[in-house]
Design a protein around this ligand. Structure first.
Ligand SMILES: Nc1nc2c(ncn2[C@@H]2O[C@H](COP(=O)(O)OP(=O)(O)OP(=O)(O)O)[C@@H](O)[C@H]2O)c(=O)[nH]1
Ligand SMILES: [Mg+2]
Length: 313
């Protein structure tokens, strides 16, 4: 089935949305984010005037296995930052994440869920047209230009997403819990690799201290390889115990200003990938057979490439 072709935004509409974002208009910002998530070809024009205003927000990725308490910790951290006067955005990559209870703006943008100072949005882009990597850098750019001080990005660490989030985050928090496996061996090694900070959550449960001790080896091997040893902390996100310490550990990290130009470059790259994926999906959908009645591999590739490049907006 052909993916629906959304009405692209025209230049004027895109420029108005960009102005809205810079004026801290929540609706314009939400609309632009929704456009990015829908891979609307017109939104990329709106990113242009925003890029120069981005580069100030600190992006924190929060990842870990399902159910470890990522959303609970994210909510607690958001409250912590708001209490000290920061403007915070939360991006939930899993749309089922429970940031509910606020006014609904559009179909996926929820606002006022944690407090009036927190902008909450969910991305649904995973799956059909490529993963999280397609939409997230551009969405971060918009939130940054919108003027938030901090963006908390929650992803479930079960696939490529946590690696993608580590590439755009200034700091990546990997949340673990005791009792999932006997030791650190049971934890996906990819998760251990990307952590700037390990949080052993649900420390009210037995085995938390043991898990913390077991992490020592991973921390040590990271220290040997990269020269920096990620911190590991106990936390009880549900009661809030240890949350201030998690925030303090994040504050203490040197800011590798990955946010600036590098993130803008990533947003551009992901926009191109998104457009390409769209054109490829469309070109394939228009064919009865993926490669058609062709003789050589090269002919098949050239023919599909022609279709894709003609289809590209
Ligand atoms: N005992 C205990 N339970 C907790 C703690 N933190 C969170 N929980 C509970 O763990 C469950 C899962 O919490 P979530 O925050 O939804 O976990 P998540 O990692 O976001 O889950 P997914 O997004 O579904 O992967 C909820 O019932 C929480 O109340 C804690 O410190 N101790
Ligand atoms: Mg969650």
């Amino acid at each position: 089935m052909l993916p629906p072709r959304r009405q692209p935004l025209d230049l004027d509409a895109a420029a108005r949305l960009a102005e809205g974002v810079l004026e801290r208009d929540v609706r314009a910002t939400a609309r632009l984010i929704r456009g990015i998530d829908d891979l609307n070809p017109g939104v990329w024009q709106a990113l242009d005037p925003l890029a120069v205003h981005a580069g100030k927000a600190r992006i924190i990725g929060i990842t870990g296995a399902p159910g470890v308490g990522k959303s609970t910790l994210t909510g607690q951290l958001a409250r912590h930052y708001v209490a000290r006067g920061e403007r915070v955005a939360v991006v939930a990559v899993d749309p089922s994440s429970p940031y509910s209870g606020g006014a609904v703006l559009g179909d996926r943008i929820r606002f006022d869920a944690i407090s009036a100072d927190v902008f909450v949005t969910s991305l649904a882009t995973r799956g059909a047209l490529g993963g999280l990597s397609r939409a997230l850098p551009a969405v971060l750019l918009v939130l940054d230009a919108f003027g938030v001080d901090r963006v908390l990005v929650e992803t479930v660490g079960v696939g490529q997403d946590e690696v993608d989030v580590a590439a755009v985050a200034d700091a990546t928090v990997v949340v673990l819990v005791p009792g999932l496996g006997d030791d650190v061996q049971a934890i996906k090694s990819g998760l251990l690799e990307i952590a700037d900070l390990y949080v052993v959550n649900k420390a009210d449960r037995p085995g938390a201290k043991r898990l913390l001790a077991d992490l020592e080896l991973s921390r040590e091997s990271r220290a040997l390889r990269t020269g920096s040893r990620p911190d590991a902390l106990l936390c009880q996100a549900l009661s809030g115990l240890g949350v201030a310490e998690v925030a303090a550990a994040l504050d203490a990290m040197p800011t590798p200003n990955r946010l600036g130009r590098a993130r803008i470059a990533l947003a551009v790259k992901s926009a191109v990938q998104a457009r390409f994926d769209q054109a490829l999906t469309r070109a394939l959908a228009l064919r009865r057979e993926p490669v058609g009645p062709l003789h050589t591999f090269d002919e098949a590739v050239s023919s599909l490439w022609d279709d894709v490049t003609v289809e590209s907006p």
